[in-house]
Design a protein around this ligand. Structure first.
Ligand SMILES: N[C@@H](CCC(=O)N[C@@H](CS)C(=O)NCC(=O)O)C(=O)O
Length: 260
């Protein structure tokens, strides 16, 4: 039995859901509410010591890290393979996994500074302080506090935007050679990256993607896949997309200045 503990609006969870849906696997959904601290409940942290989503539970075996989950599912369920066929392309896919490990913390900075902060700072101060204090990774804890204090004026915003510009440029370079990120075929590399471009486009940073025509066309191709609809489009609540859009539009002057 496959169970996924996931956040409906979490990029790392989107990646795990995409793998499950692309492979046509049947799975049970356990949504975790990150805003009320569901990721820090003792019973969840017994499955995932970092208090992060996603966690896959396969017949009682708990696994964290979306890249590891992707590889595991592809190995255990070999039908509809998602890892590239050649060693060279598999190595490329692993490099995209590493890139996404770098991009992920900056995605949190952008999302919390732009979209979640206005809602979170309405919470009672001690409740919010407890949510931040429970974050296991000290660097992430400091960054979270900074964006809650300063919003888009936080010093973490500049490196976050720079990280995305590097990602987009790297994609543009690869996509000049191959139609997909790890080669000629759709793979775990495309699944790893698509949640992140989707996120910045939801946050109103689409012009950065539009300026890179190959990345833009790639994004449209991946988002048109039926599994993307089931794993991402149908799962993120419309109200959240609207919050991203409205708060993203307000933040865009700051972000475009940082990008320039
Ligand atoms: N590298 C991990 C990152 C997991 C992660 O940080 N997930 C975020 C949501 S996208 C989370 O659980 N955040 C909870 C928090 O920051 O308190 C993966 O790919 O699974």
């Amino acid at each position: 039995m496959l169970e996924l503990f996931h956040g409906p609006v979490s990029t790392a969870s989107e990646r795990a859901r995409l793998v499950l849906e692309e492979k046509g696997l049947t799975w049970t959904s356990h949504p975790v509410d990150l805003f009320s601290g569901g990721q820090h409940r003792p019973e969840y942290r017994a499955l995932n010591r970092l208090g992060q989503v996603p966690t896959l539970l396969h017949d009682g075996f708990a696994l964290r890290e979306s890249s590891v989950i992707a590889e595991y599912l592809d190995e255990v369920f070999p039908a509809r393979p998602l890892r590239p066929a050649s060693a060279r392309d598999r190595a490329r896919a692993r490099l995209w996994d590493k890139t996404i490990d770098e991009v992920h913390p900056f995605t949190g900075v952008l999302t919390y500074a732009i979209a979640f902060r206005p809602m979170l700072i309405q919470k009672p101060k001690d409740e919010l302080a407890a949510l931040v204090a429970a974050i296991a990774d000290p660097a992430r804890r400091i960054a979270r506090q900074s964006v809650l204090d300063h919003g888009v004026a936080a010093p973490e915003m500049r490196p976050a935007v720079a990280c995305y510009l590097r990602l987009l440029d790297e994609m543009e370079t690869q996509l000049a050679d191959t139609p997909f990120l790890a080669g000629e075929a759709f793979s775990t590399a495309d699944i790893a990256v698509v949640p992140f471009l989707t996120r910045i486009s939801h946050l109103g940073m689409g012009p950065l993607i539009d300026a890179r025509p190959r990345a833009k066309a790639w994004l449209e191709t991946i988002q048109a896949r039926p599994a993307f609809k089931r794993a991402v489009t149908d799962v993120i609540p419309a109200a959240v997309i609207e919050t991203f859009r409205v708060n993203g539009a307000a933040a865009w002057p700051t972000l475009s200045a940082l990008a320039a």
